[in-house]
Structures are given as structure tokens and as C-alpha cells.
Design a protein around this ligand. Sequence first.
Ligand code: AMP
Length: 427
Amino acid sequence: MTLKGEKSVLITENDRTAVPIQRDFSSILQFKEKKSITDLDLRNKKVLVRVDFNVPLDEYGNITDSRRIRMTLPTIHYLLNENCKIILLSHLGRPDGKIKDAFRTDPIYKRLKEYLPFVNVDKADDCVGPEVERMVSKMKRGEILVLENPRFHPNEKKCDPEFSKQLSDLADVYVTDAFATAHRRHASTYGVCPFFKEKGYGFLMEKELKFLSNCLNKPKRPFTIILGGKKVNDKLDVIKYLLGLADAVLIGGGMAYTFLLAMGYNIGKSIRDLSKLDNIRDYLETARSYNTKIFLPRDVVVCDELDYPSEIKNVPITEIRDNHVGVDIGEETIEYYKKVLSKSSQVVWQGPLGVFERKEFENGTKEIARHLIENEIYTVIGGGDSAAAFEKFGFQDDVSFISTGGGASLEIMKGTLLPAIACLTDK
Ligand code: AMP
């Protein structure tokens, strides 16, 4: 199966045998049956809000991208208007159940004070315990308390019921806006829910779920998925699930080399996942009988050494040598992929097409991003490193939607039910 109307770029030989199938994405629609923030009685209440302010920090602990904080401001303002006492809870980084100063939520607290200059914002040194309870009991309506990182407690990741109960005892109502952590069954994202009678999702969560559910349940066709990045495993499950739903899958990034290897090409010293070769061969075979066309690079940018390259060049995939490391899609592939994208009505993009962090290897990701924007192609960026790439290029405001959650949106694309949504109150 090919994109409709495209003959020259896309292979059409399988059209006659294409098997139309429809993947079931009803799981993502589950949120429509759950209470949203506007369905909850919040007036004058104490509200525990689980947010995902797991923002990138530089070596001095300064926030380098505060999008995740800015995107929850509508929820915070709504709660302020409802005269609530707002208790904000977010993890930060991976402190592995221990108190580590580098992962304290102080930078988040400071940034929030900047965004909300007329609001009284305070910060606690823990997220449970007598001192936190005392601070909560002293809160006035319209005030905000930022709690300390729940991942300082090993019980957070263990989803310990006692720890969940302690967290839930701080408030009357629970609101989750932590889309980026919604696929995790942790105490603060999932374990707290049974202890609250009233619990619903906030505006950021709603926005995220609406964009992805529209793309997956009612795709505007032709629907193209761009998959890059280096983790093949994650993305293969997406391909498996989306075969038959997407019209085209464009593959790039580090994961492309495992595909090329599976097809018998020499990939030199490029990144690979040998455990996935058989799965890839199966998917390529299956894709032929479904409505999905999988595209692989025709040429790539290679270098001799990733850290200090003395040679960088563009080569066809048939000319990758033993000493080559593949780092980006090549010029011909960029043009080829642009043609497929020009015919697409909707694009979902997960994972950069090259080592975009390095200027020498950013071209493929940047050119494809620019093409989508210039041609106003409806595009949803699935968070993670593809979102970071759009930020790096300064394109973040020009694309239809950038998700705040790479892992969560990948899970949705695999058809997984999000535990943090499943546990909310039914309407
Ligand atoms: P992922 O988390 O799987 O989406 O991977 C994102 C990472 O993949 C980014 O840090 C990119 O630098 C990296 N990446 C993209 N292309 C390549 C490549 N050809 N070789 C190695 N890493 C790559």
C-alpha cells in the first residue's frame, strides 16, 4: 500500500494484496469517560496536583527548558480561580530512592515564583511527614506549596500503599497533569488514587491525550510516522502496532542501521541491536501484506569516529565501509522523505533522524523538521529527543503540537492503557 496519488516515489506492487486492518486505539479514549478538572468540585478545596516538572538542568542546576512547567500554568490558574490550596508534587531526575541535592525541586520552585509573581509560593523539604503536614495546615486559599522530590523515597517507585496514603492525606482532591509520567505505576501517579474520592485530569493532560487520540483514532490520511532515535526496541513495538494504521513509516536515526543490517547491508561500526534482527525481518515481511509502507534511508552520513571525526561524508547505503559510523540520513534520503511527507496529511514523529545534538550531524533532522513546518503539514512530535531537537533549532512554536512526554506517547502508540488515567474517577 502506498500514499494515495503517489506513484513515482512509493512502491505500489502490494496495493492489490493489501489487507485493510484497523488497530484498536480505544484505550486512549478512556480519558473521555474520566472526570476532568472542570468536572470536579474544587471550590475552596485542598488539591494535590501531580505534575511532571522533570525539566532538564545544566551543570549549575539551572533549568534549560521550562516547557513542562509553562504547559501546566492553565491548570494552576484554574485552581487559583477556584480559590484552592494547591500542593504541587513532581519528581526530578533519578535519585534512586536517596536524598540527592542535585535533584531537589528548588529550581522548579524558583521558576514557579517567577511565573506567578502575585501568588504566595512556598517549598517544603520533603513530600510527607510532620513538617509537610504542618506547612499544609498553615496554607491559605490561593497559595501554592511545592513539595520535595517523591523519588527521594524508595517507596515512590515501589508504589507503596502506606506512602501513597501519606501523600493523599495532604489533600481533599487529586488532579493529575503529569502526562509524561502517566505510564508509570508509582505511588504519586497511581498509588494515591484509591485514597481519593474525587480525582481527575488537568488541562495539559487533556491537551496531550486529545492530540494523540485524534491522530491515532481518526487519522487524516495519508498518515506518516517518522521513527528515529537509537533505541530499536521501543520503536519496534510501535511499528508492530501501527502496521495497517499508518500509510507510511519513515525510518532514520540509529535504529535505521539495525534495519539495514537485517536486509543484508554492511553497516560498519554503526549502532545496532542484534537481538532484533529476526523481528525486523518479520515486520518488513508483514508490512508488505498490510496497508503500511516502510521506508529506509537510501544514503547516510558517515564518519570514522563519532567523538573526533577526521572524515565526514555522504555515502549510498551500499557503500558503508567497515570503519564507518552512520550518524545521519543522507541528502538523497532527505529529498526522498520530503516527497513522501509532502503527500501526507498527518505526521507523528518519534526520535531524531541523526545525532542532532552535534551540528555536523543535525542536517537530516533539521531539514525534515523545516519541510514539515514550511509546508504546514499537521505534525505531532512525540516528545523526548525529537522535542529537544525542535527546541534546539528554534522550531518549537511552529509545529502543530509537541508532546511533553516521550515515554508516555510511545506507550500510547503501542496501544497501552495509561495507569494514571485508568485510576481516575468515572464521570
Ligand atoms: P531515542 O531515545 O531512542 O529516541 O534516541 C535518541 C538519541 O538517538 C539521540 O540522543 C540521538 O543523538 C541518537 N541518535 C540518532 N541517530 C543516531 C545514530 N545514527 N547513531 C547513534 N545515535 C543516534
